[in-house]
Write a protein that binds this ligand. Structure first.
Ligand code: S3P
Length: 204
């Protein structure tokens, strides 16, 4: 069952947003994908359009730790960061409805994946290497990329993670276009999604 809306009429737009919100109930729209896929920038705009709060898991982890992600990695190591990430995301998922952007490694944790499935609807922002490298090149706040040749690291992460990211409820291409266009694509995909009934029957 999709939400039964046509996606070409202008008048449908508001109706479509309301239908998505209603179908979502207390769940979160959870954005997953690699560093540079645009989870935060797209998530913020998506939340705005759906009139939902936007939460960035990485910022929440930094706030809980009183330190930046780079500092957490440097002082305590990646395993410690992952533990905190799992706990913080489990807590955040209790607060839906909302749009929740997660760090690139979060969905790789089986507990976090199960939690997202139970409390949310996952959207993979899938991008190719060119787009990812262009976007991450703008900042140097990602310890994993600082550990070696960033493009090699990114390619390895794509190999490891893309088969798991593919478990997401929806996949949307994150191309090098305006973020609002990606938001429109997500909204159309949500309106057409055939899994709403299953979501309501099987999940919280
Ligand atoms: C990571 C991605 C980062 C951050 C941390 C680790 C990863 O988040 O959580 O540096 O493992 O891919 P973004 O995906 O928001 O950059």
């Amino acid at each position: 069952m999709s939400l039964g809306l046509s996606d070409h009429k202008k008048d449908d737009r508001q109706e479509r947003l309301l239908a998505i919100r209603k179908a979502l109930g207390p769940r979160s729209v959870v954005l997953i994908g690699l560093m540079g896929a645009g989870k935060t920038a797209v998530g913020r705009r998506l939340a705005n359009r759906l009139d939902l709060p936007f939460i960035d898991a990485d910022s929440e982890i930094e706030e809980a730790a009183g330190a930046s992600i780079s500092e957490i990695f440097a002082e305590h190591g990646e395993a410690y960061f992952r533990q905190g990430e799992r706990k913080v995301i489990a807590r955040l998922l209790e607060n839906g409805p909302q749009v929740l952007a997660t760090g690139g490694g979060a969905y790789m944790n089986p507990d976090t994946r199960a939690n997202i499935k139970a409390h949310g609807l996952s959207v993979w922002l899938k991008a190719d290497i060119k787009v990812l490298m262009k976007r991450v090149g703008r900042r140097d706040n990602r310890p994993l990329l600082a550990a070696g040749d960033p493009e090699k690291v990114m390619k390895k992460l794509m190999e490891e993670r893309y088969p798991i990211y593919a478990e997401a409820d929806l996949t949307v291409d994150s191309r090098d276009i305006a973020h609002t266009s990606i938001v429109n694509t997500i909204i159309r995909a949500l309106a057409r999604w055939s899994g709403w009934e299953r979501l309501n029957n099987e999940r919280h």
